[in-house]
Design a protein around this ligand. Structure first.
Ligand code: SAH
Length: 222
């Protein structure tokens, strides 16, 4: 096994177990979600210089002004998305480090994930390869448009905050489907869960959160 994967000291499986215990104490009880967190080394999703902080319950920089989400928030969002039953596929918008992607990939048959910053997507791909995760398709694109080719989705997870939910994402949410998404500007974002019901979209407000913004379009340099 790759030595980096195995982890020692601050990156050991024991440290990860403590992280998962803390998340359980914070109220995440969905067993499959907790098992996926326990199985997934978070330290390979951050720069090596930050590896010793990988199991702290905090967001960390991943370059390009982006962050890997706080483990508790990853767990909470996964639980909110999947607690009603495991769907066969998930659309994720905002691949970032690929950590949330890896968690989802352990729980559902197929993950479709969209990222607007190409080098982040490439690094995420390398990490998933390292973990031998093979049920993830990636697209370099503006995720505000969703990913029409595989729509509709029974579950959509967005890990960057729009001011308003992009219309194409609602259009690609299957009837009966669930979307988990932070919505709002700056310090006044709220994590929402949207259910696509027979009578329309039902919005549930979960908690105040802080995510990087969902930015339309692709970066200039590419
Ligand atoms: N789940 C990721 C979170 C990364 S931060 C993790 O835990 O690592 C959010 C990510 O959303 C960033 O990588 C950012 O580049 C990406 N993003 C922002 N706007 C986007 C858009 N319109 N389309 C696709 N990705 C976007």
């Amino acid at each position: 096994m790759d030595l980096r994967l195995q982890g020692i000291g601050m990156t050991s499986p024991r440290t990860r177990e403590r992280m998962v215990n803390r998340i359980r104490e914070l109220g995440v009880t969905h067993a499959a979600t907790l098992a996926a967190l326990l199985d997934t080394p978070r330290h390979i999703f951050v720069e090596e210089a930050l590896a010793s902080r990988a199991y702290d319950d905090t967001a960390l920089p991943i370059g390009f002004n982006q962050t890997i989400s706080q483990p508790y928030i990853v767990a909470l969002m996964t639980q909110l998305l999947l607690e009603a039953g495991l769907p066969d596929k998930v659309l994720e918008v905002g691949t970032g480090s690929g950590y949330q992607t890896a968690i989802l990939a352990r729980l559902v048959k197929r993950v479709y994930t969209v990222e607007r910053i190409l080098p982040l997507q490439q690094r995420a791909r390398d990490r998933l390869d390292m973990l031998q995760i093979r049920n993830v398709r990636m697209k370099h694109s503006d995720g505000c448009w969703g990913w029409k080719g595989y729509a509709p989705y029974p579950a959509i997870l967005v890990t960057a905050a729009p001011v308003e939910i992009p219309e194409p994402l609602l259009a690609q949410l299957a009837p009966g489907g669930v979307m988990v998404i932070p919505v709002g500007e700056g310090r006044s974002q709220v994590l929402q869960r949207i259910h696509h019901t027979e009578t329309g979209f039902q919005v549930e407000s979960i908690a105040p959160v802080t995510f990087v913004p969902l930015i339309p379009g692709l970066p200039d340099q590419e």
